[in-house]
Design a protein around this ligand. Sequence first.
Ligand SMILES: [Fe+2]
Length: 336
Amino acid sequence: MRFIPVAQLEPGMITAKAIYDNSLLVTAANQTLTPKMISAVRRGRLQGLFIYDEYSDYEHLQVIVNDELRYRMVKELKDFNIDQVIYLTNQIVDSILQKKSDLLIDLNALAIYDNSTYQHSIDVTTLATTCGVGLGLSVQNLQYLALSAALHDIGKQAIPKAILNKEDALTDEEMELMRKHPKIGYEMLYNNNNISSYVRSAILSHHENWDGSGYPNQLKGTAIPIFARIIHVADVYDALIKKRSYKEAYSYNDSIEYLMAHCSDMFDIECVKSFIKYLVVYPVGSTVMLSNGKQAHVIKNRNTSVTRPVVMTEDKTVLDLAYDLDYLNVSITGFA
Ligand SMILES: [Fe+2]
């Protein structure tokens, strides 16, 4: 499959994955794009679509949250149906633990969804829980972490859409209101007996910075709850890689560099290290340059060899860069 930016979509292209926009299904996978569908996508908030190509049948993309689970989660978050959100986040934890021996986050499996708060919450749940696995959290703690991540921005339900989706810089008053969302989320869940105090504290503190410059309570270092420190990393990373009303999407690698550059002021370095460990370097579907001067297409990643995935050359030869002895002196030099 190939990621095609919205401006370059053409009738006749076939979708490689289902398309959701603003959390609604636009079309299923394996559908031929029509001019009408393309216009609908262009009016929406997607950056582009994954299109079926000659490599699609060979690709192995690890998907942690499938489309059905994603769709249900968005609905329950929107309806503030907490019991169902707990049930579904536990399913995400199970899905991650089942893949534990070869766990990795292929950003192409999640960065294609629109940038609405609910889709963002699901992706932060996946990213944060995976990071928690790397930190050795117990299953119970992973469930608390996943639930905190799913609900971290629930307080935005109380913020006017005009402010949430504003393209220009927010005024001081609007910014002040926006910064209330952690506290609002904390309060929305305060009387719910099914929500642990760990979850509420994580929601309240997910914008605190390691050096005490965050909000709402300017907590510092390990005084910030561990779930909040993890969610902060996942939240910022997911915001960077996606297009927002006020900014373009950053590349995956620039976004990783941003996390590393802010280890001392924004983030807990241990959380950043664990987070990065599971991110693929060359997502399935990307075209890369090899050191022998040829181009190749990434078809499979493994968490034991993230810089040396399985690739397919233009003449359809499959090269396992980690294990193919004839290609041990060939490496990837970058994206094509
Ligand atoms: Fe937030």
